[in-house]
Design a binder for this molecule. Structure first.
Ligand code: NAP
Length: 251
């Protein structure tokens, strides 16, 4: 089978594909000719992903899904399976921040981050496993963060969710290894997206002082690590977390 045919036969689901890192990941899959479903929460986001699929002339679409809602995940998964077949590559990328010092953190700020960033990977991963087990091949790549290990003031919710995600990834990797399904994480440092747009000049300078490569990363540089983990060539890598952080945290 030609590589392009192999890619077209694989259905990829990327959550939060409307912007930033998720969009770069979706574009990397589209460029290689995979069948692609990318999710967004807004109509404009869905249109943007559908336009991406059209631009690369691939089988794929944007799909409205709120990963913080079980009902929305279930409805979305039913549509994907009906129209495209079971995804064998899942990229859990969608996430939100609700930063606050713990002393001031409201319960809704804690809950929203836990639901969107951690609960969602439970529901989505569970939903794709049957199809992957049937295909005896699957790739789950979870987008974590450097703060899962370093922690960050004002982000107890976000850091806890990302650290949870990494533990989830390692346990799932052990459970599914015998079926040809790998689960890995990619932990970006500071990447130029809407999420880091709100940093003040002072914060940006402080961050760059600690980054040996002296710049923010680009979404495409995170996508490159994701593409490798999602490939057949990465079959012997599972339960790993690949850092993409300009040297911000080594080892
Ligand atoms: P971003 O620019 O803020 O984009 C977030 C994406 O997630 C958007 O596509 C958004 O969709 C989607 N999303 C948000 N809430 C959602 C929900 N409830 N249901 C479905 N989708 C939802 O973020 P980013 O910087 O690209 O971050 C992508 C991933 O990388 C995240 O997991 C983040 O934690 C991680 N990360 C980022 C950095 C960084 O420096 N940027 C560093 C470390 C880790 P809409 O457009 O519809 O809102």
């Amino acid at each position: 089978m030609m590589k392009s045919e192999e890619y077209a036969n694989k259905v990829v689901l990327v959550t939060g594909a409307s912007r930033g890192i998720g969009y770069a990941i979706a574009e990397a899959f589209a460029r290689q000719g995979y069948s692609l479903v990318g999710t967004a929460t807004s109509h404009a986001g869905v249109e943007k992903i559908t336009a991406l699929c059209e631009r690369y002339q691939i089988n794929g679409t944007g799909l409205r899904m709120d990963v913080g809602s079980i009902q929305s995940i279930e409805e979305g998964m039913a549509l994907i399976t009906q129209d495209y077949g079971a995804p064998t590559i899942l990229i859990n990328n969608a996430a939100v921040v609700r930063d606050n010092l713990l002393l001031r953190m409201r319960e809704d700020e804690w809950r929203t981050v836990m639901q969107t960033n951690l609960d969602a990977i439970y529901y989505l991963s569970k939903a794709v496993l049957k199809g992957m087990a049937k295909a005896r091949w699957g790739r789950i790549v979870n987008i974590s963060s450097v703060v899962a290990r370093t922690g960050h003031a004002g982000q107890v919710n976000y850091a806890a969710a990302k650290a949870g995600m990494e533990g989830f990834t390692r346990s799932l990797a052990s459970e599914m290894a015998s079926r040809g399904i790998t689960a890995n994480a990619v932990a970006p440092g500071f990447i130029q997206t809407d999420m880091t747009q709100s940093l003040s000049e002072l914060q940006r300078e402080a961050i760059l002082n600690n980054v040996p490569l002296k710049r923010l990363g680009q979404p495409q540089e995170v996508a490159a690590a994701v593409m490798f983990l999602a490939s057949s060539e990465a079959a012997y890598i599972t339960g790993a977390t690949i850092p993409v952080n300009g040297g911000l945290m080594m080892g």
